[in-house]
Design a protein. Sequence first.
Length: 163
Amino acid sequence: MAIARTLITYLDERGIRYDLVEHKHTATALETAHEANVPVHQMAKAVVLCDDAGYVVSVLPANHSLEIDWVNQELGRRLEMACEEEFSKLFADCEPGAVPALGEAYGIQVIWDDELAYTSDIYIEAGDHEHLIWLDRRDFKKLMSSLPHSIISKDTEVGCWKY
């Protein structure tokens, strides 16, 4: 399948340079980072949340766990994890479970973790389970600059935010 058409259009319209990174089929963002030889803190995973007001894509490093209470506090909502069955209608040109971290491309609100602002390169799912999109940190920040961000996750190895 490779990169989702929605992502190509979104990146091209914004003049964002990107590369594709091919890897063996994987099921999770953490597995993907390992298989693609990408540092886990540079792999941005997407966690889809929902409430009565709609959906939110939370973007965080692959080696972190989302703190939904922190997201809810930041956004003033009562979000919960969305069901994977809903993803096919939200991300129609993506394989199930290969949700790109650029939810804005799909018209979905995004909140991203501040940890991602401090890494040199960012890798995100391309819409399937065999490709990543590489983005330079400056381009990632350009795409995310107008979107809400905060400390929304914890490092799974350390157990707390590192800063």
